[in-house]
Ligand binder design. Structure first.
Ligand SMILES: [Zn+2]
Length: 111
């Protein structure tokens, strides 16, 4: 295997080696211009596998992000923990808001 291979490009769909000037794959006919798009999709996939991204997600969308947490590469136990943590966080956050609202209403009505 050559460490640096600039004489060919790889088809994003079927993985065929193509001349660098090819705009379409000679094997499957897909456009090689797709390469950057699938690369950024790949980056987005890597992004949700970064712990700090997940923490930010849990804090912002709570249990609404469960489908995203579930798609990560982590083990079943870790994903279960993230799902439970997001539900607990959401319940605590909602309870906090409700308590604050009740306190505000009591403050305003003087009761
Ligand atoms: Zn192809």
């Amino acid at each position: 295997m050559n460490a640096v291979n600039v004489t060919t490009i790889i088809c994003p769909d079927c993985g065929a080696e193509l001349p660098p000037t090819a705009e379409m794959c000679q094997r499957c006919g897909s456009s090689t211009a797709k390469a950057p798009a699938s690369e950024s999709k790949e980056n987005a996939k890597h992004l949700i596998n970064r712990p700090w991204v997940l923490v930010v997600l849990i804090l912002h969308v709570g249990f609404l992000g469960i489908p995203v947490y579930w798609k990560t590469k982590y083990s079943l136990n870790t994903r279960l923990f993230m799902v439970i943590a997001s539900i607990v966080y959401t319940v605590v956050a909602v309870a906090f808001i409700v308590i604050m609202l009740q306190w505000l209403i009591r403050l305003i009505t003087g009761g």
